[in-house]
Design a protein around this ligand. Structure first.
Ligand SMILES: O=C(O)c1ccccc1NCC(=O)[C@H](O)[C@H](O)COP(=O)(O)O
Length: 220
C-alpha cells in the first residue's frame, strides 16, 4: 500500500472541507483566480480555512499574484502553503517564499519531454513541485482542466524535492498513475466534481481510498 498523500483542490463550500477531512486527504486547495468556477473571495476562503481540522494543510492557489494580493490573502487566511500556478519565474518563486514566509509549491505544466528541464530548475527554488498537465493553447484556466499528460515522461525520474502528480486524475485512474510514476502525493480537482466547481463527497472518498491503497513501484 502506497499511503499516498492527497490534495483536493478547488473547495468552495463548508461541506467540501468536511468531506475532504473525513476522507483522509492531507491538503485542501483554495483557488484565487476570477475566471475559475472554483474562485473564492478572500473572506470566503478564510471561513473555509477556519473549518479545516489539524492535519489538513490549507493551500492558497494563485496565478501570477501581485504583492498586494499575497498580502491580502496571507493576512486574512490561515495558510500552510502557497501554490503558484502561473508563469512565475524561479526568482519570483524564491521571493514569494522569502517574503511571505510560507512553503511554496510551484506548478509546472508538462506536455512533452521538452518541459522536463523546468522541473529541475524549479526544484532548486520551491519547497514542492506540482507536476500538472500543460493547459491547451487558449484555455481559460491554467489548471483544473481535467487533462492528463503522458505519465511515462516522469516514470523512474529522480527528484530532489517533494512533488505531487496532477492533471486528469480520477478515482478510476489514480492507482494506475501512482503505480506508473511512483508519486507519493497526488492532486485532483475536476476529477472529483459532479459539475464544474461542485465537489462530490462520494467521489472524494473514492479518490482518496484509491490513492492510499495504490501499489507504488519500489523506490530505489
Ligand atoms: O482549478 C482551477 O480552477 C484552477 C484555476 C487556475 C489555476 C489552477 C487551477 N487548478 C489547479 C490545480 O491545482 C488542479 O488541481 C490541477 O490543475 C489538476 O486539475 P484537474 O485536472 O482538474 O484534476
Amino acid at each position: 500500500m502506497a499511503d499516498t498523500r492527497v490534495k483536493i483542490c478547488g473547495l468552495t463550500r463548508p461541506e467540501d472541507v468536511a468531506a475532504v477531512a473525513a476522507a483522509g486527504a492531507r491538503y485542501a486547495g483554495f483557488v484565487f483566480f476570477p475566471k475559475s468556477p472554483r474562485n473564492l473571495s478572500v473572506a470566503a476562503a478564510r471561513d473555509l480555512a477556519l473549518l479545516a481540522p489539524v492535519g489538513l494543510a490549507k493551500v492558497a492557489l494563485v496565478v501570477n499574484p501581485t504583492d498586494d494580493l499575497l498580502d491580502e490573502i496571507t493576512r486574512a487566511v490561515p495558510l500552510d502553503m502557497i501554490q503558484l500556478h502561473g508563469s512565475e519565474s524561479p526568482e519570483r518563486v524564491a521571493e514569494v517564499r522569502a517574503r511571505w514566509g510560507l512553503p511554496v509549491m510551484k506548478a509546472v505544466g508538462v506536455a512533452g519531454a521538452e518541459d522536463l528541464d523546468r522541473l529541475t530548475v524549479y526544484q532548486q527554488v520551491a519547497d514542492q513541485i506540482l507536476v500538472d498537465a500543460k493547459p491547451p493553447k487558449g484555455a481559460d484556466l491554467p489548471g483544473g482542466n481535467g487533462l492528463a499528460f503522458d505519465w511515462r515522461l516522469i516514470a523512474g525520474r529522480r527528484w530532489s524535492r517533494p512533488w505531487m502528480l496532477a492533471g486528469g486524475l480520477t478515482p478510476d485512474n489514480v492507482a494506475r498513475a501512482v503505480a506508473m510514476t511512483g508519486a507519493a502525493q497526488v492532486d485532483v480537482s475536476s476529477g472529483v466534481e459532479s459539475a464544474p466547481g461542485v465537489k462530490d463527497a462520494a467521489m472524494i472518498a473514492r479518490f482518496v481510498a484509491a490513492a492510499m491503497e495504490a501499489e507504488a513501484p519500489p523506490r530505489l
